[in-house]
Ligand binder design. Sequence first.
Ligand SMILES: [Zn+2]
Length: 370
Amino acid sequence: MSLNNKAIVALIVGGVALSFQTQVNSNGFEDSWSKPIKQHAKQIDDAALSQSLEQYAKNYENLVKQHGYIGKKLSIPEIEVVGDGVFFVKGALMWGTLENHGLNNNITAVELDSGVFVYNTGSNPAVAYSFHQALKQHTNKPIRWLAAENYQSHANLGGSYWHAQGVKNIYSEKQAADFWSKRGFDNAIRRVNQYNPFLVEAAQNMGDQYKTFEDKLIVNQGTPDEIHLINFGGGHTPTMTGAFIPSKNILFTGDLGFVERLPGLLHDSSYSEWMDSFEAMVEYAENNSPDIKNLLVIPGHGGATTLSELITQTYGYFEDLKVTVDKAMSRGLSGQEFDKAVHMPKYQHRPMYDQLYLRNARSVYDQMTK
Ligand SMILES: [Zn+2]
């Protein structure tokens, strides 16, 4: 249920005039709306009005906490129905920006027998809310399970919205969840604040509420709601929670899978680990899929795809990249000559090529010369 503007106005009037009973907000949540009200309450020397404002601010904070987000629905991409009961929003094929609301990876919901599974929380509470509103046009089953692919903000920062909606089963690989609660959340808030603070006003750190696992967790085993969560290993980030749902014959690769845009090797990435993890993921799919030829693959970035397309666009790229870097190294190239030699025209049409081709080649070089 969302709170409309009228309700907010009623709350302002009612809150100030009546000072209704509220519990003290124990988590210290405040935002750009409640903070100045509380400051004002401290400054004025009308004790009754001060108490009233104080109560209003607390009441408002509790409401935000209860709803997970109060605000407008954002213009995120439309839901695509990519399979039977599979509702998919494709994130922008670039960085998180003001224009894409930070939604630069995918968010997907799968309607199962007794509820809905959501893969990735959305890049912030505003995006999560907007996705949820759109999803309600497709299913009225409750959201019951959620998984975050890794420690990145676009996998986790919408988590408090879903938690406020009553989703208690939020799953993550343990190391990723630990990183998220200790450092990831704060880093993410700082970054989003640089382009749109309103997106994260309601965001809270939910990392310590996650249900964690290390290698593999099968949720609802033996039921039509069975969901496999598997840490296929590092590559793009140190761990990667993939998901496989037998009843839907669907594989979520997390950021081990990139189609359309070029995969990126970041500071925590390793191309060789990535290839190993990718192989483990393909093997898992082959051993568990009831119909591997028709496996629906949801990559971390880019549209819904098939396993063979995924292999070509992610694994195939890394094979080519390795060969390209090997060649440049065997010619003894360095500096600008190396940079020129690792240009890969075959991939130039893919979004993010210009930003990543050199960085990726240097990452492979660094790993090989370490
Ligand atoms: Zn990512």
